[in-house]
Write a protein that binds this ligand. Structure first.
Ligand SMILES: [Zn+2]
Length: 544
C-alpha cells in the first residue's frame, strides 16, 4: 500500500516535470530571429542618437525600453516605475604640472599622458602629491585563498604604491599558481585600485604591459584624458590619484635605481617575494572639473507565483557612446552590436517567460543598466539598491556584443569554471547539438568587464555565455576572422550600424538555451553555487 503510494507520487512528479520541460520548450519557441532583428534595428536606429547617458538619446532609449517591457507583459520593477535613477558624478582630470619622480641620483620628468596616465577620482577640485614616497608592492594582491599578500610588512599609508598588472599565474607557465593564464579578479586594475585604497595608499600606479593588461597603453592613455563617470557616492575610500605608468617610463624610474622591471616581475611571482620602499618620491598636481548628473537603469519584473521575493536577473546594458568624432562621414555611435543585439536577446528571453503557462515560482527581472561603457556603473548601482535583496538574487545572465553571425556549434563561456550554471548550460547546449567552449583568451579578464560582474562580486552566480567561435556553416577560421573584423573595424566606432546581412539564427539559439536554464532555476528551489576555488564563492557560502 505504502509502496504503491510512493510509486504513484514519483510517477506524478516525473510526469509533472516532463510536462513542465515540454512547456519550457514550447515557450522557448516564441524566440525568433525575426523579432531579434526588429528589436536590433530599433536599438541601432539613428533616432536614438547613439544612446548616450544624460542626453536626449537617453530619454528616447529608456522610454523605448519601458514600452517594450510593458508590451511583453513585464511590470515596472521599481514600485510603479520602470526607471531607477542612478546618481553619478562626471570628473574631468587635468594634470597641471609635470609629474616628477625624484631619487637620490636624479629627477625624472614624466609627461602626461604619454609616460604616465593618471587621474583623480576625488571630488576635490585640486589634488596634490608632494614628495610622497614610492613603494613597489609586487602585484598589489592580497588573496587569502592563495596564501598571498603583497602588502605584508609594507606600510603604504599616504604613499604611492606601484604594482604590476595581471596576476602571477600569467608569467611563470605554472598552471597551479593562481589560475595559470586565466586572469583572476586580482589581476584587474579595478581590484588593484581598491586594494591600494584599503591599504591606505594616497596614490596607485600600475606598470603597463600589453599581454597582462589585454590592451596596449593607448587605452589607459586615452581614458586618462577623457571625462569619466563614477557613482556619486563611491561608498568606499579611494586613492587620491590612480593610473598607469607606461612600460618605458617604468623602466626609467626603476632603472634609475638599478632595477630591471622584467626581473622584478619574475621575482614577484614567488610567494616569498617582498615589496620594498624605493628611494624615490613623486610629485603630481591634478585639477578636477566636476559635474553631477542622473541617468536611468530600466527594469521590468514578472512576479513569481510562490516565491516572488526571490529572483533571477537577465541583463544587457542600454548605453553606448552617443554622437562624437566622425569617421568616414558618420558621427553617430549607434552601438547596434554593442549592445542592441544583447538587448534584443534579453527581450526575447523575457517574452518566452511571459509565454510560460502558470508563470514561474520565482520572479524574473529584465534589467537594462546604464553606463556600462563607463565602468559598469548602472549594474553596480542596481546591485547596491536592488528591488529584491541581493541574497535573494539566485542567478544572473548577462550578454554584451552578441555577434549576429548565424548559428554556432560552440557555446563560449567567458569566465569558465566558476559556477554550476555552466553545467546546466552544457545540458541545454547538448540538446542543441552544441558544445561548451571556455573563452579562448581568459588572460584578458573579460569576465570582469561587463554587467554580470557587479552581481558576481555580490555573490550572485553569474553567466556570460554565447556562441562565438565555431560557425555551423563556415567553421572556426571564418568565425575567428569575423570576430577580428568586428573588433578592428566596428567595435566602439560609428560603423557599429545595423545591416540587413546580419543573421540572427545563432542569437535565437543562444536565447533559447539561456531561457531553458533560467526557467528551470526560476521554477525550482535550486540554488546554483559557485565552484570551489572561485573568488566569489565566499560571499554566497551561507546560502548552501
Ligand atoms: Zn557593451
Amino acid at each position: 500500500m505504502k509502496r504503491t503510494f510512493i510509486f504513484i507520487m514519483i510517477s506524478i512528479m516525473i510526469t509533472a516535470s516532463c510536462s513542465r520541460d515540454k512547456e519550457i520548450i514550447r515557450a522557448a519557441s516564441s524566440i525568433t530571429a525575426e523579432e531579434l532583428r526588429e528589436y536590433t534595428m530599433a536599438f541601432g536606429s539613428d533616432s536614438l542618437m547613439g544612446r548616450m547617458p544624460f542626453t536626449e538619446g537617453e530619454k528616447k532609449s529608456v522610454r523605448l525600453l519601458a514600452s517594450y517591457l510593458s508590451d511583453i507583459g513585464f511590470q515596472p520593477a521599481f514600485g510603479d516605475s520602470y526607471f531607477q535613477e542612478v546618481p553619478m558624478t562626471e570628473i574631468t582630470s587635468s594634470v597641471t604640472a609635470p609629474v616628477t619622480i625624484r631619487n637620490r641620483y636624479e629627477t625624472i620628468n614624466l609627461t602626461s599622458p604619454d609616460d604616465i596616465a593618471i587621474i583623480s577620482p576625488s571630488k576635490q577640485t585640486k589634488i596634490e602629491l608632494r614628495d610622497i614616497p614610492v613603494v613597489f608592492c609586487g602585484f598589489g594582491i592580497v588573496a587569502p585563498e592563495y596564501s598571498w599578500d603583497d602588502y605584508r610588512n609594507l606600510d603604504v599609508k599616504g604613499k604611492c604604491a606601484v604594482v604590476l598588472v595581471n596576476d602571477p599565474g600569467l608569467y611563470t607557465g605554472d598552471t597551479t599558481l593562481f589560475q595559470g593564464r586565466t586572469m583572476t579578479y586580482y589581476g584587474r586594475w579595478t581590484y588593484k585600485y581598491e586594494e591600494a585604497a584599503r591599504q591606505g595608499a594616497a596614490a596607485i600606479l600600475i606598470i603597463h604591459e600589453t599581454t597582462g593588461a589585454g590592451y596596449d597603453y593607448s587605452i589607459p592613455r586615452k581614458s586618462s584624458i577623457s571625462s569619466r563617470l563614477q557613482m556619486a557616492d563611491p561608498g568606499t575610500y579611494q586613492c587620491d590619484i590612480t593610473g598607469w605608468l607606461s612600460t618605458e617610463a617604468a623602466s626609467k624610474v626603476f632603472g634609475s635605481e638599478g632595477y630591471n622591471v622584467d626581473s622584478l616581475r619574475l621575482s614577484a611571482c614567488s610567494p616569498d617575494f617582498c615589496g620594498f620602499e624605493m628611494n624615490a618620491y613623486i610629485n603630481a598636481n591634478i585639477t578636477n572639473t566636476i559635474r553631477n548628473e542622473v541617468s536611468n537603469n530600466v527594469a521590468g519584473i514578472l512576479r513569481g507565483t510562490t516565491k516572488p521575493e526571490e529572483a533571477i536577473v537577465i541583463t544587457a546594458h542600454w548605453d553606448h557612446f552617443g554622437i562624437g568624432e566622425p569617421e568616414m562621414g558618420d558621427s553617430i555611435y549607434n552601438g547596434t552590436i554593442d549592445n542592441g543585439t544583447s538587448m534584443a536577446w534579453a527581450l526575447e528571453i523575457g517574452e518566452a517567460f511571459a509565454a510560460l503557462r502558470g508563470g514561474t515560482r520565482r520572479s524574473v527581472i529584465l534589467l537594462f543598466p546604464t553606463s556600462e561603457e563607463q565602468g559598469l556603473l548602472g549594474s553596480g548601482y542596481f546591485v547596491a539598491h536592488s528591488p529584491v535583496k541581493t541574497d535573494s538574487i539566485i542567478a544572473c545572465f548577462n550578454n554584451d556584443m552578441l555577434l549576429p553571425e548565424g548559428r554556432m556549434k560552440d557555446f563560449m563561456i567567458t569566465g569558465y569554471g566558476k559556477s554550476d550554471l555552466e553545467d546546466m548550460l552544457a545540458r541545454a547546449a547538448a540538446r542543441q547539438d552544441r558544445y561548451i567552449l571556455p573563452d579562448p583568451h581568459p588572460e584578458t579578464g573579460m569576465y570582469f568587464r561587463s554587467d554580470h560582474f557587479p552581481f558576481a562580486r555580490a555573490g550572485v552566480p553569474s553567466l556570460f555565455a554565447r556562441g562565438n567561435c565555431d560557425s555551423r556553416e563556415f567553421g572556426k577560421e571564418w568565425a575567428y576572422e569575423r570576430e577580428k573584423d568586428f573588433l578592428q573595424n566596428i567595435y566602439h566606432k560609428p560603423a557599429d550600424n545595423y545591416c540587413p546581412e546580419m543573421n540572427f539564427d545563432g542569437i535565437a539559439e543562444d536565447a533559447s538555451a539561456i531561457f531553458e536554464v533560467a526557467a528551470k532555476i526560476a521554477d525550482s528551489d535550486i540554488f546554483p553555487a559557485w565552484k570551489k576555488g572561485s573568488e566569489f564563492a565566499a560571499k554566497r557560502m551561507s546560502k548552501k
